[in-house]
Design a protein around this ligand. Structure first.
Ligand code: SF4
Ligand code: SF4
Length: 109
């Protein structure tokens, strides 16, 4: 029988380096509208990233984008600045559930 292992998040931020916002759903946008989170909507409207090989750049000026615009740091530990209303895809993500996460090997134990 497979045993489901609960894996701790190390707050390394790697899962927030992709363009996760491209997976924001209509439900996310409707929630942000209902919550009057114009700050979030404004950031997303002006984020406009594209992949340039193996990293994201801004469509506007080509600057290097370091992942999600809501990713912040507390020392060497990441934090989500919109955690309480983060996209559903972020809420569903389980530490160790993909190879980008350093806890992947523990999830496979
Ligand atoms: S990659 Fe894994 S350990 Fe790192 S922040 Fe994301 S869930 Fe946590
Ligand atoms: S919204 Fe928060 S949890 Fe989701 S990718 Fe951005 S920083 Fe990470």
């Amino acid at each position: 029988m497979n045993r489901k292992i609960s894996v701790e998040c190390l707050r390394c931020g790697k899962c927030c380096l992709a363009n996760v916002l491209s997976f924001a759903t209509d439900a996310d946008f409707q929630r942000w509208e209902a919550e009057k989170r114009a700050d979030i909507l404004h950031v997303i409207e002006h984020y406009r990233p594209v992949w340039a090989g193996d990293h994201l750049i801004s469509v506007d000026d080509g600057r290097y984008l370091h992942g999600c615009p809501f990713l912040s740091w507390d020392g060497d530990r990441c934090k989500c600045t919109i955690y309480e209303t983060r996209p559903e895809v972020c809420g569903r993500y389980q530490p160790g559930s993909s190879q980008i996460c350093p806890q992947w090997h523990r999830n496979k134990a």
